[in-house]
Design a protein around this ligand. Structure first.
Ligand code: ADP
Ligand code: ZN
Ligand code: MG
Length: 480
């Protein structure tokens, strides 16, 4: 009898915080754009938690939170309210966070994600609004507190535990980041803490419905670290189960050390923290009408994952499709140019090729300054056989760096492709007359010489003859 080896599968759920891109903070008029500010430059009694100060709700932040919910396929709740979540922490000046407990702004969403070419759907449990805490920096003999971030608007989304692999998770997070950026909801920079992710993971025997004991890894700040931490955790938990030490997996918070690639225990959750939630007495509830919800819905156009699937359908590879939605502005150029050239494949080759290369080589260049109409013209010149791909690539740098109309460049440099049948026929005839001996050899079976004839004609035309026409004309003449 062979012993059956138990197979385990990971079960993963995420809690993601996104800093909403509103002009001011969640409950006061301080600027929310504090990235380059001096410490404590953007503060007031409200965001510093002074007793007696009164908050007011930031309309734009609420709008952005609902927009995010709609983009994630959630229902927007007609009635929603804020609650106080009490806990003590030095960078939480009020002694409580203003969050949402039982009536979040949005709930029950689903997000389609393309994982390695395959469309999958993951469910969102809820999305609520809250304010951020300040930031403490600990040095050798002091702890410094900066309240610039205190009161910044956050949307927190909680997923169902629907993910079954680290790849599921990283593909999902990338899609969330793209959604936040494409619809101007959040800058979603993980390095700047504008998008932060808590990762919950457990394992269970394949076929078992009940979840195992989960561990939580908080505030992960890069896709790569999340994948690595998950891989480590899944291996660790599986090994414990296989060794009959299932009980050693305890509900706890674990940190990830990027240098060793290992997770380590930070603190065990002996019992659930009592946040003593109660309705925020200083803020009115939030309500919204069906018409208002529809107005926001109109702004959520094609989602990044839908774009990816459309690109795959057009015969574009997975890695390329992924790259084409990697940057909002680059994608806008792609869509704009494609609409005018009618050729997604060719346009995407330009975007991922020459355009991306130029942007990588010239980091100070801003795509916002690029006149995409010039790329339209360039591609149309190729489509109409006015220039070859080779010439187009030669002049591209001038087109993008000087925002110059390619038509002008080819005129100035005399680079227009010769597509006049008469002229090409004359060139071909000339070459064949000059190489009469080779023509003889070709006709007696040396097919390979054909390339040499093409080369000669191209050379004679200084590279300007339309190669396809040269081929056709030469074939015709050689058959005579
Ligand atoms: P907690 O009360 O510990 O915060 P929640 O029920 O609020 O737990 O869930 C937090 C996140 O953890 C959610 O994304 C959820 O899907 C996920 N989660 C819950 N239980 C498990 C489990 N056993 N394994 C993996 N993820 C889980
Ligand atoms: Zn303030
Ligand atoms: Mg929770």
């Amino acid at each position: 009898m062979t012993e059956e080896i138990q197979q385990y599968e990971p079960v993963i759920g995420l809690e993601i915080h996104a800093r909403l891109k509103s002009k001011t903070k969640m409950f006061c008029a301080c600027s929310n754009d504090t990235w380059k500010a001096e410490p404590n430059e953007h503060t007031c009694p409200v965001c510093m938690g002074f007793p007696g100060s009164l908050p007011t709700i930031n309309k734009q932040a609420v709008y952005l939170g609902r927009k995010m919910g709609i983009a994630l396929g959630c229902e927007v709740k007609k009635f929603s309210k804020f609650d106080r979540k009490s806990y003590f922490y030095p960078d939480l000046p009020a002694g409580f966070q203003t969050s949402q407990f039982d009536e979040p702004v949005c709930e029950h969403g689903k997000v389609q994600v393309v994982v390695e070419g395959e469309a999958k759907t993951f469910r969102i449990n809820r999305l609520h609004l809250e304010n951020d805490a300040g930031k403490s920096t600990h040095s050798e003999n002091a702890s410094l507190l900066d309240w610039n971030r205190s009161g910044s608007p956050l949307a927190e989304m909680v997923t169902e535990a629907d993910f079954r692999s680290p790849k599921d998770v990283s593909s999902f997070l990338k899609e969330i980041q793209r959604i936040l950026r494409f619809f101007d909801i959040s800058d979603a920079d993980m390095e700047k803490g504008m998008m932060r992710c808590d990762v919950n993971v457990s394992i269970r025997p394949v076929g078992q419905e009940k979840f195992g004991t989960k561990v939580e890894m908080k505030n992960m700040n890069s896709f790569r670290n999340i994948e690595k931490a998950l891989e480590f955790e899944i291996t660790r938990q599986t090994a414990l189960c296989n060794a009959g030490k299932k009980d050693e997996i305890v509900q706890e918070t674990r940190g990830f050390n990027a240098d060793t690639g290992k997770t380590f225990s930070q603190r065990t959750k002996e019992e659930a923290m009592d946040y003593r939630y109660f309705p925020e007495p200083d803020l009115p509830p939030l309500t919204i009408t069906d018409e208002e919800i529809e107005e926001i819905r109109k702004e959520i156009t094609e989602l990044p994952s839908q774009k990816i699937l459309r690109y795959l359908d057009a015969g574009i590879g997975i890695a390329e499709a992924d790259a084409l939605v990697g940057d909002k502005h680059l994608n806008e150029v792609l869509e704009y140019v494609t609409e005018k050239t009618g050729d997604l494949k060719r346009t995407s080759n330009w975007i991922l090729g020459a355009v991306s290369k130029y942007l990588n080589d010239n980091i100070e260049y801003s795509l916002a300054d690029f006149n995409a109409d010039n790329l339209v013209i360039l591609i149309q010149l190729i489509q109409n056989n006015k220039i070859s791909n080779k010439v187009a690539n030669q002049i591209f740098e001038e087109v993008i760096s000087e925002n110059k109309n390619p038509e002008l460049i080819i005129e100035e440099k005399g680079l227009a492709q010769e597509s006049d049948t008469g002229a090409i026929e004359a060139l071909c005839a000339e070459v064949l007359a000059e190489k009469a001996d080779l023509v003889e050899a070709y006709k007696s079976g040396k097919d390979k010489l054909f390339g040499a004839f093409v080369g000669q004609v191209m050379k004679k035309s200084k590279g300007k003859a339309n190669p396809q026409m040269v081929n056709e004309v030469l074939k015709k003449l050689l058959q005579q």
